[in-house]
Ligand binder design. Structure first.
Ligand code: NAI
Ligand code: MG
Length: 361
C-alpha cells in the first residue's frame, strides 16, 4: 500500500530543512508518494492566501503531512487572516489535530550544548503532550470593547475566553495515559486549578479518566511549579500533559533543556491517527537562505511520521539511529556547535544522515 504524504515546506528556513527530510525519506525505499504544495508566506506569494484551498485539500487527502515552518517578518504588516501563521492554525483546526506530541530528548553528544548543568539533563527523555485545538487560543467570545465594569469602567479593554469541554479533556487524557503505558507509566497533568475554573474542571476530568488506567501513576502539578521543576529537576517528568497555552510555553522551555530548538521534532494527531509532523521551531528569518539551519528536528519529525501515521517503526528507528551516528561522528550545525566538533551546513547534515542510513558514510 502506498502512503500519500503532503509535503508543505512553507517559508523562511522551511524549504531548506524540508528538502533534507525528503532526501532522507527517499533513501528508505518505502512506498511513499510525496506531493509538495505551498503554504504560509510561499502560498501568499503565489495565491494571495497562506492556506489555499488546493493545499488544504492535499493535506486532507493525505495519510500524513510533513510541514516545515511559516512566518517571515516581512508579512508582519499583513492583516491577521493573511499572515503565514494562520496556515498552521488553519490546518490544525480543519484536520482536528488535537494531540501534540513533543519529545524532549537530550542526546548524549549534546549534553554540553544545554544551558543547564550536565548532570541535570544527561539522559533526559520526556514527552510533552499538549492539547492543541481548545483553551484560550480558540475560545469565544474574544475581542475588544469598552468596559462596563471592572477596575476601569468606560475604558477600552480586550478579552479572550479560556474554555474546555469534557470530551476535549477526555480525549487528550486518554492519549496521555496510553502514551505513558508505552513509557515509564507516569503522567504529570499540569493545571492551574487553584485559580482557574477551566483547569479545576481539567483536573477533575483527568482524575476520572485515570480510573481506567490503574497501571499508570497520575500526578497533578500547578503550572508555575511545573515551570520551576522543568529547570530544577527535569528528569523527574516522564509524560508532561497539559492544555494549549501552558503546553505552548512549557514545551519551549523544555526545548532549551535539550540544547537547541533545532533538534526538537513534533507530531500533531487527530482522532483518525492522521498527523501533521513539523519541527518545534519557526521559520527562523534571521538565518533563512544561509544554508546553516539545523535540519535534524525536521528529519526526526519525519521519523515520528513513519512511526505514528504510517506504521513503519523500523524505518523510524533507522532515521533515529542515523541521527545519533551523525552526532557521534561530531557533525554539528552552528546552533549545536561546540569546540572540537565539525561545523557543517544544512545540506551537509542531511547528506550525512543519508550516508549513515545507506551505510555509505
Ligand atoms: P524561531 O523558532 O523561528 O527562531 C528562534 C531562534 O531559534 C532564532 O534565533 C532562530 O535562528 C533559531 N532557530 C530556529 N530553528 C532553527 C534551526 N532549525 N536551526 C538553527 N537555529 C534555529 O522563532 P521566532 O524567531 O520566534 O519566530 C520566527 C517566525 O516563525 C515568526 O514569524 C513566528 O510566528 C514563526 N513561527 C512559526 C511556527 C510554525 O511554523 N509552526 C512556530 C513558531 C514560530
Ligand atoms: Mg510556541
Amino acid at each position: 500500500m502506498t502512503h500519500k504524504i503532503a509535503v508543505l515546506p512553507g517559508d523562511g528556513i522551511g524549504t531548506e530543512i524540508v528538502a533534507e527530510a525528503v532526501k532522507v525519506l527517499n533513501v528508505l525505499e518505502l512506498p511513499l508518494e510525496m506531493e509538495t504544495a505551498p503554504v504560509g508566506g510561499a502560498a501568499y506569494e503565489v495565491a494571495g492566501h497562506p492556506l489555499p484551498e488546493s493545499t488544504l485539500k492535499l493535506a486532507q487527502d493525505s495519510d500524513a503531512i510533513l510541514f516545515g515552518a511559516v512566518g517571515d517578518w516581512k508579512y508582519d504588516t499583513l492583516e491577521r487572516r493573511l499572515r503565514p501563521e494562520q496556515a498552521i492554525l488553519g490546518l490544525r483546526k480543519a484536520l482536528g489535530l488535537f494531540a501534540n506530541f513533543r519529545p524532549a530528548i537530550c542526546y548524549e553528544q549534546l549534553v554540553g550544548a544545554s544551558s543547564l548543568k550536565p548532570e541535570l539533563i544527561a539522559g533526559l527523555d520526556i514527552l510533552i503532550i499538549r492539547e492543541l485545538t481548545g483553551d484560550i487560543y480558540f475560545g469565544q467570545p474574544r475581542g475588544r470593547r469598552v468596559a462596563t465594569d471592572g477596575h476601569f469602567p468606560g475604558a477600552e479593554e480586550a478579552f479572550d475566553t479560556m474554555r474546555y469541554s469534557r470530551p476535549e479533556i477526555e480525549r487528550i487524557a486518554h492519549v496521555a495515559f496510553q502514551a505513558a503505558r508505552k513509557r515509564s507509566k507516569k503522567v504529570t497533568s499540569v493545571d492551574k486549578a487553584n485559580v482557574l475554573e477551566t483547569f479545576q474542571f481539567w483536573k477533575d476530568v483527568v482524575t476520572e479518566v485515570h480510573q481506567q488506567y490503574p497501571d499508570v501513576e497520575l500526578e497533578h502539578m500547578y503550572v508555575d511549579n511545573a515551570a520551576m521543576q522543568l529547570v530544577k529537576a527535569p528528569k523527574k517528568f516522564d509524560v508532561l500533559f497539559t492544555g494549549n497555552m501552558f503546553g505552548d510555553i512549557l514545551s519551549d522551555e523544555a526545548a532549551m533543556l535539550t540544547g537547541s530548538i533545532g533538534m526538537l521534532p513534533s507530531a500533531s494527531l487527530n482522532a483518525n491517527g492522521q498527523g501533521l509532523y513539523e519541527p518545534s521551531h519557526g521559520s527562523a528569518p534571521d538565518i533563512a537562505g544561509k544554508g546553516v539551519a539545523n535540519p535534524l528536528a525536521t528529519i526526526l519529525s519525519a521519523a515520528m511520521m513513519l512511526r505514528f501515521s504510517l506504521n513503519q517503526p523500523e524505518a523510524a528507528d533507522r532515521i533515529e539511529s542515523a541521527v545519533r551516528a551523525v552526532l557521534a561522528a561530531g557533525l554539528r550545525t552552528p546552533d549545536i556547535w561546540s569546540e572540537g566538533t565539525t561545523r557543517v551546513g544544512t545540506r551537509e547534515m542531511g547528506d550525512a544522515v543519508v550516508a549513515a542510513i545507506t551505510g555509505k558514510g
